[in-house]
Write a protein that binds this ligand. Structure first.
Ligand code: ADP
Ligand code: 5GP
Length: 200
């Protein structure tokens, strides 16, 4: 049975430090799902490579891209600008490939509005105390930035019901299995899935 599938736009969101990056890694072996590399004005962390985790750009470049309507969505998040470059996402979807966005809730709501056919997933922490432990344990932000991210998390979690799917990232394997099942079910949506039934 031959099959043809349309590209799926997968939007994974949730508070900073909840484990979006960690959980989404389980989709890295799904070669038909491309990771959308965002632009950001924040400085690279040790080990981050320009063009892999992010395109690290100046505020001037970011503003020019906004003016040129180069972003599918963009937002000011925890003191820096972040945005999803529009063209690579649109080109991939046109070509039938799926695309994964890992973005903050402000950006996720913009994408849900502009592209209602997207699949939206919100990752929740088991508790705010555990979210703090993860943010502190990651050791990538200054203490004041950790506090800012934790304060923002409460407002972000309040938006969880706007998403189609909720996954609590308590046990990592369980959360990954849930994300894989969402992707698998969404691939079988009749609007996306065209199995050709052969005569023989
Ligand atoms: P985000 O991408 O949402 O900002 P990360 O993926 O960077 O979050 O995860 C934040 C920290 O939490 C990392 O140090 C990661 O190893 C840890 N982490 C992620 N998921 C879990 C989990 N299920 N249990 C314990 N620690 C986790
Ligand atoms: P970090 O600085 O920890 O990499 O990311 C901070 C927050 O910005 C995270 O919640 C992350 O998901 C979000 N983010 C990353 N890329 C984008 C993007 O392109 N757009 C938006 N709106 N948020 C993003």
């Amino acid at each position: 049975m031959r099959e043809k599938r349309k590209g799926m736009l997968l939007v994974i969101s949730g508070p900073s430090g909840v484990g979006k990056g960690t959980v989404s890694k389980c989709l890295d072996d799904e070669k038909d799902i491309i990771f959308s590399v965002s632009c950001t004005t924040r400085a690279p962390r040790p080990g981050e490579v320009d063009g892999r985790e992010y395109h690290f750009v100046s505020e001037e470049t970011f503003c020019r891209m906004v003016e040129e309507d180069g972003f599918l969505e963009h937002a000011f998040v925890h003191g820096n600008y972040y945005g999803t470059p529009r063209k690579p996402v649109m080109d991939a979807l046109e070509a039938g490939q799926s695309v994964r966005l890992e973005i903050d809730p402000q950006g996720a709501l913009q994408v849900m509005e502009k592209m209602p056919e997207c699949v939206s997933v919100f990752i929740l922490p088991p508790s705010f105390a555990e979210l703090r432990r993860r943010l502190e344990g990651r050791n990538t932000e200054k203490p004041e930035d950790v506090e800012r991210r934790l304060n923002n998390a409460r407002g972000e979690v309040a938006l969880k019901d706007r998403y189609q799917y909720l996954i609590v990232n308590d046990d990592l394997e369980t959360a990954c299995a849930a994300l894989r099942s969402v992707v698998s079910a969404e691939r079988h949506r009749s609007s996306r899935y065209y199995p050709a039934v052969e005569e023989e």
